[in-house]
Write a protein that binds this ligand. Structure first.
Ligand code: FES
Length: 104
């Protein structure tokens, strides 16, 4: 496990998804207020970027822009078809204004 700096909190717009590359991983980071959520930036239905999808701040979900599967930002589980498998999620903390992601 290692903790990786994903950028300053101010780099992330509230309610929006942003793709971030950390080493060999491509992640999607979503900011909702002061909370941050990190998932693999790859829909589990087909190989498509979730960062292109729409964030639902009220329900803390993101909708894949390709076929509309909805994923829980907290744990990556699918909330609707056509996706049936979760996407990986990562622990994230804010430390001194930086977004720090724990990666295996
Ligand atoms: S690629 Fe995401 S729902 Fe199909």
């Amino acid at each position: 496990m290692s903790v990786v700096d994903a950028g300053a909190t101010d780099d992330f717009v509230d309610g929006e998804a942003r793709q971030v590359r950390l080493g060999t991983r491509t992640l999607v980071i979503v900011r909702l207020g002061q909370d941050f959520y990190v998932l693999d930036d790859r829909c589990s239905h087909e190989d498509f970027s979730l960062a292109a999808g729409e964030v639902d701040a009220k329900n803390a979900t993101i909708e894949c822009a390709r076929h509309g599967a909805i994923f829980d930002l907290v744990d990556g589980t699918p909330q609707s078809f056509p996706a049936t498998r979760p996407v990986a999620r990562y622990d994230v903390v804010v430390h001194e204004g930086r977004v720090e992601v724990t990666v295996p």
